[in-house]
Design a protein. Structure first.
Length: 134
């Protein structure tokens, strides 16, 4: 199931990029509530990265640790909106794999789909919080 591993590797690249770049956003925030929400999302993404890489290995494929390219935006709201697009992209990948999956992979994918939607909503909350400061 090389095709599944390939799709999971794309999702892995996005999760990995989130882990690498999200701390940069967090460090730029003065709003502690917003920062806490993003930290929660960060730790969630680390867990997702571990789950996805583990499934890729079980398929006999090496996880691809290449980081998805980052969009350099100065505007924090712009960065968070871009992150929302990435969360939906990852969710879509998991949704595409789900019908082809079974067992533990299927169970994990269902949880990941719910989590990615939640990430989108957390980002929406953070954007709303930050928008009130403008």
């Amino acid at each position: 199931s090389l095709a599944l591993a390939k799709m999971l590797n794309v999702a892995l690249g996005i999760e990995y990029a989130t882990i690498v770049h999200l701390p940069r956003y967090i460090n730029r925030l003065e709003d502690r509530d917003a920062a806490k929400k993003l930290e929660m999302l960060l730790f969630d993404s680390i867990r997702h990265m571990d789950i996805v890489s583990s499934h890729i290995k079980k398929m006999g494929v090496e996880p691809d640790w290449e980081i998805a390219p980052v969009t350099e935006l100065e505007d924090i709201i712009g960065l968070l909106r871009h992150q929302q697009i990435l969360e939906l992209e990852t969710k879509k990948i998991y949704e595409q794999i789900l019908p082809l999956a079974s067992g533990e992979l299927a169970t994990d994918l269902k949880a990941l789909i719910v989590a990615e939607q939640k990430h989108y909503e957390i980002l929406e909350d953070v954007i709303a919080l930050l928008s009130t400061h403008k």
